[in-house]
Design a protein around this ligand. Structure first.
Ligand code: 0WD
Length: 255
């Protein structure tokens, strides 16, 4: 199947082969998309270049979302190489490690603002830059987590940032809908990636969800990737502003 034939996508958030962004990229590439990858800082450049080395017509560009010039240069590079953009997968987040343990009430101003800037503001920032390249429409997908709506121990400021991210998804869906650009979030169950290891007691959370979710297991990155593939494809042409759970059903469980 070639669900993304002739489509060009931009993938934010590949840090290594475990990254959710990488699972999304693989799913999209297998379905015919041409892909541009951004990396944050020189420390990740080599990883991304190695991972994408075998991909046909892949572009790898620097893009730290705290650097507006880099963001603009990344979109310029896409315009130059492909002339257009059909979808964006936004799979980035950051909060200082000390803010991801203990009590939320002790969160510093600096940690709060950093988490909000990188994990939430970057979505409207990237959407604004993507719009001119999505002349006939497009699809933007971001990654959220259940801690946006319920208290998850140690997730703290990241839960607050994810709540802002989910609300941003809805506001962006309204703004961009008239340009035929859809914006959706995936609320993924926990997956053992580099970022997840920054949250204290992640192992305990994984085993709890592995037991309690309706499917009695944890989600795999590729399952999130497959949902992202669906959302950026024309099969999802009437879906926008949603947060879709890909969590083995955990969110439906009460007591
Ligand atoms: O359990 C999980 N792993 C879940 C992750 C469950 C539900 C949601 N998510 C979300 C995360 O919050 C994030 O938004 O999925 C997204 C991807 O997370 P991931 O794949 O788990 O984590 P990782 O492989 O670490 O990728 C996140 C990347 C960064 O990696 P590191 O580990 O180096 O911080 O976000 C990128 C960076 O590549 N990133 C940035 N990109 C551009 N500018 C920036 C930045 N300033 N900061 C971090």
């Amino acid at each position: 199947m070639n669900m993304l034939k002739d489509k060009v996508g931009m993938i934010f958030g590949v840090a290594n082969k475990r990254s959710i962004a990488w699972a999304c990229a693989q799913a999209c590439y297998e379905h015919g998309a041409k892909l541009a990858f951004t990396y944050q800082g020189e420390r990740l450049k080599e990883n991304v270049e190695k991972l994408t080395a075998e991909m046909d017509d892949a572009l790898v560009v620097a893009c730290d979302v705290t650097n507006q010039e880099e963001v603009e240069a990344a979109f310029q590079a896409i315009k130059k190489q492909y002339g257009k953009l059909d979808f964006v997968i936004h799979s980035i987040a950051f909060a200082p490690r000390e803010a991801l343990e203990g009590e939320f009430v002790t969160t510093s101003r600096e940690a709060f603002l950093t988490a909000m800037e990188i994990s939430a503001f970057s979505l409207p920032q990237v959407a604004l830059a993507a719009m001119p390249l999505m002349e006939t429409g497009g699809s933007i997908v971001t990654m959220s987590y259940y801690g946006a709506e319920k208290v998850v121990q140690n997730y703290n400021v990241m839960g607050v940032a994810k709540a802002a991210l989910e609300a941003s998804t809805r506001y962006l869906a309204e703004d961009l809908g008239k340009h035929n650009i859809r914006v959706n979030a995936i609320s993924a169950g926990p997956i053992n990636t580099l970022s997840a290891r920054g949250v204290k007691n992640m192992g305990t959370l994984l085993s709890h969800i592995g037991e309690k979710s309706p499917l009695r297991r944890n989600v795999e990155a590729r399952e999130v990737g497959n949902t992202a593939l669906f959302l950026v494809s024309d099969l999802a042409s009437a879906i926008t502003g949603e947060t879709i759970y890909v969590d083995c059903g955990y969110n439906i469980i009460g007591v």
